[in-house]
Design a protein around this ligand. Structure first.
Ligand SMILES: Nc1nc2c(c(=O)[nH]1)N[C@H]1C(S)=C(S)[C@@H](COP(=O)(O)O)O[C@H]1N2
Ligand SMILES: [Mo]
Length: 325
């Protein structure tokens, strides 16, 4: 049998089954069956495992989908997006964040925004939630390790923050710093990375409307393992550029020292744009495994330049992307 699919999977229609409303409806249906005693034991087990990871564990967060910035790919199951994570502050195994991130306290929380700005700000979570209308954006996320997910994030363009603080003429880069608290984060004692986790963007990259100040996903506030309560999501770059649980945002003159670049500069460049033509020194970046669709018959997907976000290409005109990888 020939299994047909497009080379990049972009033709997969968006499935509405992931909307909070549909999730709510199906759960209500399950509950009715449960009450009527018409569910078999296999279905009961399925219900139990679904409920353990179900939306609704975290406070709801509403936002209208922004279709202009949403991929048509089918979103990854919530269960997969919240149980297969990289968040080294909680350990290096993919299952560590889901297992240990419950010790993170996402409230109260403040983010300090300072450096080369005219109006430095310290914002608490409520201020962040009110700063601009929350949108839902379905983005592909491509990890440098060769796997990808599709996540309906909730948030607004980071440019909204930039407008509020008014960078000075000296600001050329933006540095994002994650929380590093040993009491809440058992992995922060380890030496895999320098703590705190720091990431950065050039100011014009940070201004691109796709760069998302992210406060939620799947219609709820961010689960701890996905970077509660606030993170950045930069969909055209490898996943590690999207720093989680951010406490400080600094506008600076010089290119920031970023965690992965410091740990292995020959492997992880400052730019780290998704680029199928520039291999990692230890593996190819030409294709990827989409989490949730691995099976004997599923071929790997081709990785797309800029993860398919071609609109960002103009940020890099004239740059040798092999040199600035
Ligand atoms: N603070 C912090 N942010 C981080 C990481 C991390 O270890 N610490 N891992 C990164 C990597 S490698 C990836 S692929 C994404 C994963 O995001 P997700 O778990 O929400 O899918 O988070 C990124 N942000
Ligand atoms: Mo990653």
């Amino acid at each position: 049998m020939l299994i047909k699919r497009s080379p990049n999977g972009l033709d997969v229609p968006f499935s509405s089954e992931i909307t909070p409303r549909a999730v709510f409806e199906s759960r209500r249906h399950f509950m009715k069956q449960l009450a009527a005693g018409t569910l078999g034991s296999a279905a009961l087990l399925e219900l139990a495992s679904r409920e353990a990871f179900a939306q609704g564990v975290n406070p709801k967060l509403a936002g209208a989908r922004n279709p202009a910035y949403s991929a048509m790919d089918k979103p990854t199951a919530y269960k997969d997006a919240t149980s297969y994570n990289n968040f080294y502050e909680f350990g290096t195994d993919k299952s560590d964040p889901a297992q240990y991130a419950h010790t993170l306290k996402p409230r109260p929380w403040t983010v300090t925004i300072d450096g080369e700005v005219k109006k430095p700000l310290t914002l608490d979570l409520d201020a962040l939630l009110k700063l601009a209308p929350i949108e839902e954006r379905v983005y592909r996320l491509r990890c440098v390790e060769g796997w990808s997910m599709v996540i309906p994030w909730m948030g607004y363009s980071f440019s909204e923050i930039i407008k509020k603080v008014e960078p000075t003429g000296n600001a050329k880069y933006v540095e994002f710093t994650s929380l590093a608290d040993k009491k809440q984060m058992p992995g922060v004692g380890s030496r895999v990375l320098e703590w705190p986790y720091v990431e950065g963007l050039r100011l014009d990259e940070a201004r691109h409307p796709l760069a998302l100040l992210t406060l939620g996903m799947y219609g709820e506030t961010l689960p701890n393992q996905n970077g509660a309560p606030v993170r950045i999501v930069v969909p055209w770059k490898y996943g590690f550029k999207s720093a989680k649980s951010i406490v400080r945002i600094r506008f600076v003159k010089d290119q920031p020292r970023t965690a992965w670049n410091v740990a292995a500069p020959q492997e992880y460049g400052f730019y780290s744009n998704v680029n199928p033509e520039v291999d990692h020194p230890r593996w190819s970046q030409a294709s990827e495994r989409r989490i949730g669709e691995d099976s004997f018959f599923t071929r790997k997907r081709k990785t797309l330049m800029f993860n398919g976000y071609n609109d960002v290409a103009s940020l890099y005109t004239g740059m040798d992307l092999r040199k600035y990888f």
